[in-house]
Design a protein around this ligand. Sequence first.
Ligand code: MCA
Ligand code: AMP
Length: 506
Amino acid sequence: MTNHLFDTFRNRMPAPGRLLMETDDGHSISYGDMLARSAQLAHALLQMGVQPGDRVAVQVEKSPEAVLLYLACVRAGAVFLPLNTAYTLAELAYFLGDAKPRLVVCDPARATEIEALAQTTGAATATLGSSGQGSLMEQASRLPSDFHDVARGPDDLCAILYTSGTTGRSKGAMLSHENLASNARVLADCWRFTADDVLIHALPVFHTHGLFVATNVALIAGARMLFERKFDPARLVSLLPRATVLMGVPTFYVRLLQQDGLNEQAASSMRLFISGSAPLLAETHKAWRERTGHAILERYGMTETNMNTSNPYDGERRAGTVGFPLPGVSLRVTDPETGDQVPQGGIGMIEVKGPNVFAGYWRMPEKTKAEFRKDGFFITGDLGLIDADFYVHIVGRGKDLIISGGYNVYPKEIESEIDALDGVAESAVIGIAHPDFGEGVTAVVVRKPGSAISAADIALAIAERLAKYKHPKQVIFVDDLPRNTMGKVQKNVLRDAYKGIYDKAG
Ligand code: MCA
Ligand code: AMP
């Protein structure tokens, strides 16, 4: 048996001297370097006691080494578990306790606190700095640069990505080698990637978009990445003449449009702009076309399913739609109550099935069962329709989810933290249209009688508990929350009442 995902890359790999990554600090990594250094890291993982099937949890700042570590995990047959760098220690405690990794890899700056936490779950710790004690890179540099990849089949587990559920705590989506390989193959094909492409990579590498959609597609095509540690719109405009493709969340496009240097001339070497992770406003699509002459290609996916649909490369890229199901993906729209398919044009629950769809939630068989239909379709929680020309539209969410700048935020998690504070009677967290982030996390709070708790008190209290991007951009105090006759908080009423509050925000 071979290593299914890594062989998918290896079989199409260009000459070893071709570049895979150019970094923003002037370093470059060739395909040959990638093979050698991921091999060394795979040896280091083995030395740390990592065995096939073990989870390797990784919370590190974006760097080429982070990508090499991902590939080393794949080659060593381990299960890669990337974690958002914004997660607090309290959040990490849950992920490590649930996933029980063999090894936790972190940045040197957080090593002390994370090591203490990892010990409580029985995990070893290493850092990913390029030098220093406990550094995996330093250890790897002394190890052989060839590695006999651990055999892994299409259905073997390759990665676990945590995604917050509609209720309760985050769930680990289990992604197999074939989930990732099939999606990379299909996307590279649909988006016409070749070894001549130069992809601007400015997304984080701990989520599906930056890790799998961008990196795996570049790897399978033998393409090159301009690997940016951070999204800096001015710098990104200056990179356009050297690139051919950009992948971004809608906030990227909104911010790039604020750059004077963005015009047809600057984008003349580009062949494709792709957007996803959150809805791209039709007005952004239009403004982009007017400024650059390019129609942004919008696609739709989820952590659990990888990419499901894409606007066409050749046909019309229709603003406000997410295009057609990808080859091999079946998509239907159903009545959420009965599960019956609704007639074309009708709004309902989007369900998908295909080789892209995950194997289930880590150690949650009941939850997994509840989110699949008997015939294997996964219930996405997104509400949509298929129009007369077969374009898929996402018209809302059945799940109580806010998407801020491409990051998912689950209101329940924030409400629980706020409700636990002295002086708070109850709260409702909602997403309100925000010109930069798409939706702004907003907390509507009812104080306990006699309490004077302020927005600043709340901000201070949750700072240690929740990642920064989850913090409410505004806290609004009210006397009561609106409820329906069943006693359920009417979030739609709140969203309506506060809908203009970010209109002047930058
Ligand atoms: C940063 N902040 C945010 C966000 N990002 N607040 C809300 N939402 C956010 N997304 C906070 C910062 O901590 C800071 O707080 C303040 O907002 C402004 O920071 P700024 O410097 O403007 O932000 P940034 O560092 O430039 O980041 C914005 C960003 C980033 C570049 C848009 O959020 C980003 O990279 N988003 C991409 C997320 C992504 O990859 N999603 C894909 C998930 P303060 O000022 O108080 O310090 S995968 C997925 O969804 C599926 C599968 C799919 O379909 O792709
Ligand atoms: P996540 O689980 O973080 O990967 O987020 C997945 C969710 O992001 C989906 O279920 C959708 O609600 C949303 N999403 C992703 N891409 C798009 C898009 N192009 N338009 C609208 N929503 C999207």
